[in-house]
Design a protein around this ligand. Structure first.
Ligand code: FAD
Length: 306
């Protein structure tokens, strides 16, 4: 039986495991993939103290730090469901059928960006195709970019990018933007931003090295068009990996686990941290801090309830 079992080994889970182990608690970490989303990032330029760090290298450094504390690492392993048993423990069922038992549980299973699923998207990911304007916006300084998606995150991204890039074109599938009125007005005031409605993106084009443009159908006229851009920010949703929490924990309309300021969830002795929660702004430094908070809350729970 673990004192603390952490689900997920991205920035939030790794930090939670380090904090728990440093309290002398019997700690385990279960992860589908060690390191989390940072593995998908070429250059990270907003990790305080490092001007530029390579994502996979940062992910490996997280795991070396976790392993230096002798944390039991179970990976690759996917948590399927969790249940609080009559003896007051949490039982975690893995996809393999194996079960783990723990006094406290920390969910740090992160999120995944919703992808367009069109040709070229995988080929040019990180080579023009981007998902996070806070992360990658500055890489496109002075260039022409597009944002795909006209909800709040798409329009916010377009406003943000208009301040950095030469031009921003927002492509929306429907006949109107769905973002809040105040954001739409703000975007309309950006002189270098254009909105094109009724579009269906068919492929992301490149020269073999980097993205060069977006092919789309103008659904009003049926015409096929190409928009020349150096960057395409796909903003059609972030999906939290919280399927394991369905029916057990309170989740919001976007399926994010609802947490309070101490990373407590709606269930006793179960804490959550990082991109899988409703904490605003999904960033590495935020996930690190949330992971630390969740572990300290688990420690606090143990000293009060043991
Ligand atoms: P994640 O990193 O998503 O880690 C989740 C962990 O949980 C992984 O180990 C995963 O395998 C595991 N997992 C998921 N489901 C299960 C399950 N059911 N059972 C077991 N394990 C599971 N942020 C920045 O601050 N700066 C950047 O420059 C930056 N660039 C980015 C570029 C890209 C392409 C992407 C995708 C993201 C970027 N981000 C950036 C965002 C940042 O990576 C995330 O905010 C951060 O990784 C979230 O950390 P996390 O620990 O909450 O989740």
């Amino acid at each position: 039986v673990f004192d603390v079992l952490v689900l997920g080994a991205g920035p939030a889970g790794a930090t939670a495991a380090i904090y728990a182990a440093r309290k002398g608690l019997r700690t385990g970490i279960v992860a589908e993939r060690l390191g989390g989303q940072v593995n998908e990032t070429a250059d990270i330029e907003n990790f305080t103290s490092q001007l530029k760090v390579d994502g996979p290298a940062l992910g490996s450094a997280f795991m070396r730090h976790v392993q230096s504390y002798g944390v039991d690492t179970i990976s690759p392993a996917v948590a399927d469901s969790v249940e609080r048993t009559e003896d007051g423990l949490w039982r975690v069922r893995l996809e393999s059928g194996a079960e783990l038992r723990t006094k406290t549980l920390i969910g740090a299973t992160g999120a995944r960006w919703r992808t367009l699923g069109v040709p070229g998207e995988d080929d040019y990911r990180g080579k023009g195709v981007a998902y996070c304007p806070h992360c990658d916006g500055p890489l496109f300084k002075g260039k022409d970019v597009a944002v795909i998606g006209g909800g709040n995150s798409g329009v916010e991204a377009a406003i943000d990018l208009a301040g950095i890039c030469r031009s921003v074109t927002l492509l929306q599938r429907g006949s109107a933007l769905t973002a809040d009125e105040v954001l739409q007005k703000r975007l309309a005031a950006c002189k270098n931003a254009t909105v094109i409605l009724n579009t269906a993106v068919s492929s992301l084009e490149g020269d073999g090295q980097t993205l060069t443009g977006i092919r789309y159908t103008d659904k009003t006229t049926g015409e096929d068009k190409t928009l020349s851009v150096a960057g395409a920010f796909v903003q059609i949703g972030l999906i939290p990996n919280t399927e394991w929490a369905a029916g057990t924990l309170e989740r919001n309309a976007w399926n994010e686990i609802v947490v309070d300021s101490r990373c407590r969830t709606s269930a006793e002795a179960l804490f959550a941290a990082g991109d899988c929660t409703d904490v605003p702004y999904k960033q590495i430094v935020i996930a690190l801090g949330e992971g630390a908070k969740a572990a300290l809350s688990a420690f606090d729970w143990l000293i009060r309830n043991e």
